[in-house]
Each structure stands twice: as C-alpha cells, then as structure tokens.
Design a protein around this ligand. Structure first.
Ligand code: CA
Length: 232
C-alpha cells in the first residue's frame, strides 16, 4: 500500500486512476495542475507521484524540475507522447520511470511497486565495494560509475542495469532475469531492455555491432565483460 499523488488534468483519466488505485488499497490524492502538485508535495508526504506531462499550467519537464527542487519523492511520468528524446531528458531531469498512455492499472501498479522497492531499498545500506570490470568501475554505494577514470552520467535505471551486470562479469544474464532483478517485473517486452541497453552502450562509447563491454546474445541474454584489449 502506498500514498500516491495523481497529477492529471483529464477528469476522466483522473477518476479512473483514483478508483483503480483506491481499489488496489492505495491512498490517493489528486490535483489537475502542476502548481497544485507543488503545493501538495510541500504539505504531504507521498510514496510516489504520477505526473501527467500535458498539464494546463506548466510544461511537464518544468513541472518535474520544480518538483525535484523541493522533494526527492519517486516520480513516474505519464506521457501520451512516445518520444524517446523527451523521455530520456525527463529521466535525466529526475523522473524515476515512465508510462506511455494509455496504460493499464496493472502496468502502473507493477511500475509503482518497482519504484517503491527501489526507493525503500535506497534507505538500506547497499554493498559497499566498487565493482571493477576492465576500465569500468561501478560503485553501488555512491551510485557512481566511471569508464577509464571518466564519470558516466547515467539515469537511475541505466545505473541499476550496469551495476547488476558488473556484479556478474562474463556471465550471460537471461533477459528474464534482468527484467526481474533490474525492473522488478515478471513480464515485459524485450524492447524495454533493448532501449536501455542502447542508451547504456552509447554512454560507454560502443555500439551493438562493435561491442566492447556489453554483449547481447540474441535470444539468450546479455553479458558484461572486459574488452578484449584489456584482458591479460
Ligand atoms: Ca493532460
């Protein structure tokens, strides 16, 4: 059970969300504008905020920036636009996850559960030793990663994915396991993993065609290992 703030100006979508979340025994408050949302998070503690991007008063990324200015509550973006560039920008701007409308309440619940597990786990002491794979260093405690001494600017999910793989260098991790461990989902489409892998690859300065660290084995899984040139 979680305390949820729904920020959505569409009456119909909003009441459907409230009804379904309440039925799933969450506590829900809702508003229709970004400014009201800011007032809400300033006055109440929420476990998660579901933020519609098409609000009447503020642009979604502006709303997110202002929210992030006053709280680190997990934010799930609800967008009608399946626009990769926009989504990447928002993940960098502090969104924890996103859903493209229309989405089912089951899908939303799964994403919420994953976000909540992560934010609750963040309060526990994480394993403290930095992982090293070739020129890659991943420090789960500080949530920092470096490649050949240069810090990598990763989204939360990219970091989780990299850290999970770096903890098992040379091991082919099945996609199912990645979904379960990194996304905390027992189902999902391969595209989710592929998209994040391709973002991660770009940041590692490699491509699927010319992999160095990240290797995709079609139909099997993914593995992270030191590039050939750094192996003894
Ligand atoms: Ca809207």
């Amino acid at each position: 059970m979680a305390s949820v703030l729904v920020v959505e100006d569409d009456q119909f979508v909003r009441s459907a969300l409230i009804r379904q979340l309440t039925e799933a025994s969450h506590t829900v408050r809702s508003v229709g504008t970004a400014l009201e949302a800011l007032r809400e998070v300033a006055h109440f503690r929420f476990d998660v905020v579901i933020l519609d991007l098409g609000l009447p008063d503020l642009d979604g990324s502006e709303a997110l920036k202002m929210l992030r200015g006053i709280t680190d509550v997990p934010v799930i973006i609800a967008t009608a636009r399946d626009d990769e560039a926009e989504i990447v920008r928002l993940l960098h701007a502090g969104a924890d996850d996103y859903l493209v409308k229309p989405f089912s309440v089951d899908h939303l619940s799964a994403r919420m559960a994953a976000v909540l597990r992560r934010s609750r786990a963040a309060g526990e002491p994480p394993p403290s030793r930095a992982l090293r794979v070739g020129g890659l260093t991943v420090d789960p405690l500080r949530r920092q990663a470096e490649l050949d001494g240069t810090p990598l600017d990763l989204t939360r999910r990219e970091f989780d994915l990299l850290a999970f793989l770096a903890g098992r260098p040379g091991v082919v991790v099945p996609r199912k396991e990645l979904l379960a461990e990194v996304w905390q989902q027992s189902y999902g489409d391969d595209q989710t993993i592929d998209v994040h892998l391709s973002w991660l690859r770009r940041k590692l300065g490699e491509t699927a065609a010319r992999p160095r660290y990240l290797h995709t084995l079609r139909g099997v899984g993914v593995k992270l290992e030191p590039p050939v040139e750094t192996r003894p």
